[in-house]
Write a protein of this length. Structure first.
Length: 309
């Protein structure tokens, strides 16, 4: 097999400390067999630069790293800039991860081996949540346990064969696929452009897969360890999926929205009542209430603005 070029990309928006941690993790990556690594980083904030940090990373690792600046706000906009740069460099594969993550040293080697072995066009791996440093309150500990249980359940579903909606938080795509497939910039602030990309890739008959051993780690900020965040996140994600899978396809889905709104809402209320005595059950309830609110809000024509600056 000829040596392949794997470009690893990440978009960031003014989160300097998180970006530094990402670079540190990427500097420790093991090169996959018969592959060479390159990097593309896109700063999506007009008031920040990453040129110095990326130049230092390139010197320290001895690997080519490109710092790009895209002032037009929006995650899919920044991702498409990275796609264009990877194709211009002749990438055989493009990997994405988020700026608040840190990969295991063998992450990209395992992900590429899984893609090659499964003959995947697009694949992903698990994102494992980690607690922030310092002591946590009992409520924060409960939310952290809930997020960890969610991640474990999601990984089990993937391993069982559910490879739909692969997120760019741990993502690898064959370069040839990207020549005529991009992230939808109409979803600039809603989130879900990676879900939409995955849906369209699957609709084209491309082979999607899951690589369970290729892990990245996300440290959860302390401010997200609240029931309110669990609710808001579920609502925003549901709104984004509604926009992609209903409104974008010319559907209103009123019957489905009403069904999910009522059933998820009723179940969520019952579970949320247990929050004082059984926090994990209560948090499941808050998440269900967020999903219900997302369905009903979507049917009323509202959109998520989770990523609006």
């Amino acid at each position: 097999m000829a040596e392949e070029l794997v470009i690893i990309a990440a978009a960031t928006r003014g989160r300097a400390e998180m970006f530094q941690s990402l670079l540190l993790g990427l500097s420790q990556l093991e090169a996959p067999p018969q592959a060479r690594l390159g990097f593309v980083f896109v700063q999506n904030d007009p008031d920040f630069s990453i040129d110095f940090e990326v130049a230092r990373f390139a010197r320290q690792t001895g690997r080519r790293a490109l710092a790009l600046h895209e002032p037009r706000a929006g995650i899919p906009v920044a991702r498409n800039v990275a796609v264009d740069a990877a194709l211009k460099a002749g990438a055989d594969w493009l990997a994405f991860l988020d700026d608040d993550e840190r990969p295991a040293p063998d992450w990209i080697a395992r992900l590429l081996a899984g893609a090659r072995g499964g003959d995947f066009d697009l694949c992903g791996g698990p994102v494992m949540p980690l607690p922030p440093s310092g002591a946590l309150s009992p409520r924060q500990t409960a939310v952290m346990a809930f997020l960890a249980a969610q991640a474990a359940a999601r990984a089990l579903r993937r391993e069982a064969g559910d490879v739909s909606a692969l997120p760019t938080s741990n993502w690898l795509c064959r370069g040839a696929v990207l020549k005529d497939l991009r992230f939808d910039e109409g979803l600039r602030f809603t989130g879900g452009s990676d879900t939409d990309f995955s849906d369209r890739a699957q609709a084209r008959g491309l082979r999607l897969g899951w690589v369970p051993g290729a892990a990245v780690f996300e440290t959860i900020p302390r401010e997200r360890l609240t029931g309110a965040y669990v609710y808001r996140r579920a609502k925003s994600q549901t709104l984004a999926k509604y926009a992609i899978r209903q409104r974008k396809r010319g559907r209103r889905g009123l019957g489905k929205a009403l069904f999910h709104g009522l059933t998820k809402g009723a179940g969520g209320l019952l579970r949320a009542a247990f929050l004082p005595v059984h926090p994990v059950t209560g948090l499941r309830g808050l998440r269900s209430l967020g999903v219900a609110a997302g369905w009903l809000s979507g049917a009323l024509g509202r959109e998520s603005d989770l990523y609006r600056p």
